[in-house]
Design a protein around this ligand. Structure first.
Ligand code: ATP
Length: 347
């Protein structure tokens, strides 16, 4: 089911949590809403679910205007981090809950609900746990049961708010892979909220980066990482260094150090550079120079930090471990890839 969000504004007591948000979600897509705390991710998800209503704007499910429909009429499956399983119900009863509260005309028989719960338990790879109670399950198992419960009503889409938020890193990673496989199997349009960029970039077909109630960029992991649309996206995703630079006649300079060439107009710009896009400069050439103050090893790389020039601007460099960068050593580096954004204000 395709979801189209059109010019949504949402105010809480006149405070705008979302400003004029528009978004097209393709049918069968797995899409992540990613952003810092308070950026409006959960609000957007709740508006799609029908748990909140927009101050203005519309939401379409396919051709149907769902904006004023109730949660029940929208027929969406949702799972929230704090939307816990019912403690006094078994796993099978939890999964069947949404079906068992339907009115008598559409309610399946008890046997049918139980059969459906077992099928869903197979799907989430928890066969045989029908009669356990939630407290007899691990955190990861509980989340999978919650997902089975969301799927039981045969929803038109799945909306997940920080689905793995409360779990430890290893379980999160396993569940992430599992959710991707499950999604590929059932092909249900799925929107999930996360503040974990690794989770978003690894799991989603496309990522929606949000900040302060607005969408900053929508794109694949490669688009977002390699072609960030704004300084916010550049610095929010991955690591980055920022330098105020001047462009004169195609030359980019930080103070009097020429860093490279560009087609951009003369003026003041901000240069954003990833730590792994800084490379060692040939001895004697003008370069960004400093004495390494901190360094840490991460896998095959070494991350080193130095303070640049008088304003002690922090520069982080990622180099293959073994190529230097230990504390106390000198580093001379130049950017090999960068992005320029207009404006001189130092970030
Ligand atoms: P987090 O990652 O912390 O959950 P988020 O990106 O999901 O953040 P939202 O929960 O959508 O952000 O909140 C967006 C803004 O709207 C915040 O400033 C929040 O305080 C405000 N807000 C959300 N729900 C309500 C509410 N029911 N009443 C008043 N303000 C709200």
């Amino acid at each position: 089911m395709e979801i189209r969000v059109r010019n949504i504004r949402k105010e809480f007591d006149r405070y705008p949590a979302l400003h004029d948000v528009s978004l097209d979600i393709r049918s069968g897509e797995l899409i992540a809403l990613l952003g810092p705390s308070g950026s409006g991710k959960t609000t957007l998800l709740r508006l799609i679910a029908g748990l909140e209503f927009p101050t203005s704007g519309r939401i379409f499910f396919g051709e149907e205007d769902a904006s004023t429909k109730s949660v029940q009429d929208r027929n969406v499956g949702f799972m929230f981090q704090h939307y816990a399983l019912f403690k006094h119900m078994t796993v099978a009863e939890n999964i069947g809950f949404g079906l068992s509260v339907r009115d008598s005309k559409t309610r399946p028989t008890k046997a049918e609900i139980r059969r459906r719960a077992s099928e869903l338990l197979d799907l989430v790879q928890l066969s045989g746990l029908e009669d356990r109670y939630p407290q007899q399950l691990s955190g990861g198992q509980r989340q999978r049961v919650a997902l089975a419960r969301a799927l039981a009503i045969e929803p038109r889409m799945l909306l997940l708010d920080e689905p793995f938020g409360a779990l430890d890193a290893k379980v999160r990673k396993d569940l992430r892979r599992w959710l991707r496989e499950l999604h590929d199997k059932i092909g249900l349009t799925t929107v999930f909220v996360t503040h974990d960029q690794e989770e978003a970039l690894e799991l989603a077909d496309r990522v929606v980066v949000m900040s302060q109630g607005r969408i900053e960029q929508v794109g694949s992991a490669d688009d977002i990482y390699d072609r960030p649309a704004s300084p916010f996206v550049f610095s929010f995703i991955g690591q980055s260094n920022t330098l105020p630079v001047k462009v004169r006649g195609g030359e980019i300079a930080y103070r009097d150090i020429v860093l490279g060439r560009t087609d951009e107009a003369d003026g003041e710009w901000q240069m954003f550079v990833r730590p792994h896009d800084l490379e060692a400069a040939a001895p004697g050439t003008p370069a960004l120079r400093g004495t390494v103050s901190l360094s840490r090893r991460a896998g095959g790389s070494r991350f080193s930090e130095f303070a640049l020039g008088e304003d002690r601007r922090r520069i982080e460099v990622e180099m293959p471990a073994g190529e230097g960068g230990e504390p106390g050593s000198e580093l001379n580096v130049l950017p090999r890839r960068w992005q320029l954004y207009p404006g001189g204000a130092s970030a």
